[in-house]
Ligand binder design. Structure first.
Ligand code: PLP
Length: 452
């Protein structure tokens, strides 16, 4: 007997409504509309329980970088499960796939990130980073350095502290309570926050908001700054030229730790292994998840640079932090095989040199559409910001919630494109072909024509 019985789509929907609370979901609306039951997948394609094929323009949730149906990953999991499914990394024990993955990540990530701390999700990786940087400063004899500065519309997870560190106001209101010592600066979204400035001037302005915040809080109280190289979930915000170099300079100037949240940007998405390489960021700490296993297993990691690692190891004693599944050997075996696939098949270069530029070129073709305010992106991470009223070049007035309507039209037409606010977001598997990109962009284009 299989553990999952064969049921019809209406049966699944009824059981789902009766028993399943979905993440980030309005359940009343879901029950009214009914959800689609996804039963299998191959390449960039999903199939629902009614046999309809759907183009996954989001790689699941920005994670299935090597695409669906990879036998090698199933085999890696099966081999490891047969040999040693689980053992803990607590109590002076370790498992070979875990050690090997830590070594591989230390090689792959930018210079100096020498140690990996494993978790199960991106939220947990960022929670870990929060505790780690505060612990670091206490060990360094500066316990007043507790404040972490993030950005409006930054997303770092939905656990209590990761949500507080995120810049999503709606999340702060829901059950998080006021959490002290998290501050936010405005995001570097020129389209909204500085449309009258040149990209270079706006890069300086937006980085200057960090300096202002540090001065307002007091430099001796700031532990770290955290940012996604490209803000994904918060609206596909691509930093203006010079922004990251200036952020880096400001952090160095005040001795503040720089955390790069690479949960969406990592593992080839922006055309380099990490977004930090695309924007020449040299973080002290880097958080990874999603593409680390292409979503085949829940696994995430905090990469720790030598500055922090040395203090933790030399002065820290026991860091009382971790999870039962930290460094889970089966998840690590799958992540190792996933990295091998990305490497072996040259998928990162493919994004940078072929399909990334092609996606951007095709999307640029939509710029003339009356609803399209701005097209932006890097690699296979792209956004099309919609506006109601395009008054003239450079004069846009973004209003309304046209994005959700456009998203629903795409979904009906069997393509998954996300709407964050009024920005249509795409992050397909890195194996997507030019022909599949054509299908994705043509579907978006037809949906835009019907969007109200
Ligand atoms: N950080 C970023 C940049 C993300 O986009 C996400 C999830 O979308 C997270 C952290 C949280 O990761 P998880 O959902 O695995 O907890």
């Amino acid at each position: 007997p299989t553990p999952v019985p064969d049921r019809t789509a209406p049966e699944w929907r009824a059981l789902d409504a009766a028993h399943h609370l979905h993440p980030f979901t309005d359940h009343k609306a879901l029950t009214e509309q009914g959800c689609r039951i996804i039963t299998r997948a191959e390449g960039v394609w999903l199939w629902d329980s009614e046999g309809t094929r759907i183009l996954d323009g989001m790689a699941g949730l920005w994670c299935v970088n090597v695409g669906y149906g990879r036998r090698e990953l199933a085999d890696a999991a099966a081999r490891q499960m047969a040999e040693l499914p689980y053992y803990t990394q607590f109590f002076r024990t370790a498992t070979p796939p875990t050690i090997e993955l830590a070594r591989r990540l230390a090689d792959l990530t930018p210079r100096g990130l020498s140690h990996a701390f494993f978790t199960n999700s991106g939220s947990e990786a960022n929670e870990t980073a929060i505790r780690m940087v505060r612990h670091y400063w206490a060990l360094e004899g500066q316990p007043a350095r507790t404040v972490i500065i993030g950005r409006d519309n930054g997303y770092h997870g939905s656990t209590v502290a990761a949500a507080a560190m995120s810049g999503m106001k709606a999340m702060h209101r829901q059950g998080g309570g006021p959490v002290p010592d998290f501050e936010h600066i405005r995001d570097p979204h020129r389209f909204r926050n500085g449309p009258d400035q040149s990209p270079e001037a706006f890069g300086r302005t937006a980085a200057g908001w960090l300096e202002e915040a540090i001065q307002a809080i007091g430099p001796g109280r700031v532990a770290a700054f955290i940012g996604e190289p490209i803000q994904g979930v918060g609206g596909l915000i691509v930093p203006p030229p010079g922004y990251w170099a200036e952020i880096q300079r400001i952090c160095a100037n005040h001795g503040i730790l720089l955390i790069a949240d690479e949960v969406t940007c990592g593992f080839g998405r922006t055309g380099h292994w990490f977004g930090s390489q695309t924007f020449d960021i040299r973080p002290d700490i880097m958080t990874l998840a999603k593409g680390l296993s292409s979503g085949y297993m829940p696994i995430a990691a905090v990469m720790v640079g030598q500055r922090v690692a040395r203090t933790l190891i030399e002065l820290g004693g026991e860091f009382a932090h971790g999870f039962t599944s930290s460094g889970h050997p089966t998840a690590c075996a799958v992540a190792l095989e996933n990295i091998s696939i990305l490497d072996r098949e040259g998928l990162v270069e493919r994004v940078r040199e072929d399909v990334g530029p092609y996606l951007m070129e095709r999307l640029e073709g939509l710029s003339g559409h009356p609803l399209v305010g701005e097209v932006r992106g890097r690699g296979l991470m792209a956004g099309v910001e919609l506006v109601r009223d395009k008054a003239g070049p450079g004069v846009f007035r973004p209003v309304g919630r046209v994005g959700t309507h456009c998203r629903d039209l795409c979904f009906k037409a069997n393509a998954i494109i996300r709407a964050v606010g009024d920005t249509m977001v795409m992050a397909p598997p890195l194996i997507i072909t030019r022909a599949e990109i054509d299908t994705l962009v043509d579907t978006l284009s037809r949906a835009l024509d019907q969007t109200k």
